[in-house]
Write a protein that binds this ligand. Sequence first.
Ligand code: VG1
Ligand code: CO
Length: 544
Amino acid sequence: MNVSEITTRPFEGQKPGTSGLRKKVDVFRQPHYLEDFVQAWFDTLEGYRGTTLVLGGDGRHYNRQAAQTILKMAAANGVGRVLVGQGALLSTPAASCVIRKHRAFGGFILSASHNPGGPDGDFGIKYNITNGGPAPEKYTEAAYQRTLGIDRYRTLDVPDVDLDTLGESRLGDMVVEIIDPVSDYVDLMAELFDFAALEKLVQSGVRVCFDAMHAITGPYARAILEDRLGAPAGSVINGVPLEDFGGGHPDPNLKHAHELVEIMYSDGAPALGAASDGDGDRNMILGDRFFVTPSDSLAVLAANATLIPGYRDGLAGVARSMPTSGAVDRVAKDMGLPCFETPTGWKFFGNLMDAGRATFCGEESFGTSSDHVREKDGLWAVLAWLNVLAARPGQSVADIVRAHWKRFGRNYYSRHDYEGLDTGAAEDLMDHLRATVPGLEGMSLEGYKVATGDDFAYTDPVDGSESVGQGVRVMFEDGSRIVYRLSGTGTEGATLRVYIERFEPNPARHGIETQEALADLIGIARGLAEIEARTGRADPTVIT
Ligand code: VG1
Ligand code: CO
């Protein structure tokens, strides 16, 4: 095997964010850029030689080229075998599933998730560890430190691999195995859900519309919803993955999944509408003219978990990211389940799931999943909802959510994003909040009394690792909250996320429009952070 050692120099800024390294395609295209980052992983991971890795991505522009580069580098660095999704495709949850099922050492996932794709869009890469989950901070930090001093990488000077033909081939001493990217995942879903019951539901005329947004979930959704469950052809829309996602923004929210929203808010809408993001780990759930917030979705699924065969025996516990609403906490309390609050990012759930302490986890950012994998899983959430609909015949999505609010109370919740801000101004705004929020304790703002204010810090209950600076919280005596943090996934300027929550126990007041229900708190949130004065923005870019 002819290994080439290529001399290189460090690039600035190869620090993984909330979920891997994300940059413009042009940045990744610079000679040695991707190679440096990948070599940093091989230089810092221990014990991978001769083992199996998994490789696949969301199919966005540059996916195939990056896969070729990584395969040659893996061979040159002594990896034994790489399982590659055909066409270098694997959704994020499917990659997690494959790592676990085939007992791989880990894997590289090529994705910038919900960020736009195409030559002018974003590319991304993240490394997942043996449990199938995103590498925790101690790994990403080690790799980042290594990028700062990297001076050479290893590769093989060989022709490209055929990524499209199933089966094994050799690359130097390494075996490349091209696998069907869909089948392992479908098998896992068939273990967790009662496909026969779901098929019956679909055959009885309960219609589903799944918007794959021209991203990775198209083939997965078709294989399950149309081929296995017999939903009519066309139940999956925008189902062909495209390198630029058809020019769209593969972010499943009310703004970007507008085609689905139109269908679900029209006469004769299907019973369940859903969308997923670029890499298939997010989900948006809609009923007939009804939007389920991701925080509510997690709470409803937790409350109904035992209706799903894979969770018939109940949950060990639940976990949510800090900015996610407290709706699931109320369910956990009622059911006597442990409930954990973690920083933003799926990597923080891994230890809890590995230790058997949390079964369902969720984030307000359209992320829900269980311990069947170690990633959030868009289609899993859709199947879970279908399963709940099958187990509660005659009830619509809206009926189920309204009954849930009646029982547990309603957590009105919204996130306001201010995108593309000047980075300096955004950082100053956060500094201002960190300096002022602790002093608000005991003060009354428009009738809301501040209980505490802090910058969220987390100590992992399993390994004791600490993560600080995870978001500024203003907590009010009535349980309302305002949370501020800067996004760690964007590639242009800074994005300020403001999360607003208010609890309403009275069912007579559960029918208020969300922005109206939160209007006072939204005003307080803008005022405290001096958003307009500091950023020049009177209104958010996206409201979810
Ligand atoms: C966002 C979400 C976070 C999610 C992350 C990755 O991060 O807020 O909840 O885990 O994206 O999701 P940030 O730092 O931009 O707020 V994905 O589907 O983009 O991998
Ligand atoms: Co994603």
